[in-house]
Design a protein. Structure first.
Length: 83
């Protein structure tokens, strides 16, 4: 379902951002632009984000620094090193 029409952000986009460690709604807005134009999607976007953050925490997947781990893991893959 499209949550933010202005920036074409879906509930799946919000769920993915939450899974990848987006920790706050402000961070979500910076990454996806959701609820930054007309603002009419703000309540729905916040509810969707909160639901996915809650499910992530309940599943034990909440980590304050998941992006750092992902960058380190990707850097170790052959062929991805710069140079």
């Amino acid at each position: 379902m499209i949550v933010c029409i202005c920036h074409r952000v879906s509930d799946r986009d919000i769920a993915q951002a939450a899974r990848q460690g987006c920790a706050t709604f402000d961070e979500l807005q910076n990454e996806l632009g959701v609820a930054t134009a007309c603002g009419s999607c703000g309540d729905c976007a916040r509810e969707t984000f909160a639901a996915h953050c809650t499910s992530r925490a309940a599943a034990g997947r909440f980590d304050a620094h998941p992006r750092e781990r992902r960058v380190v893991a990707n850097a170790a893959l052959p062929g991805l090193a710069a140079g």
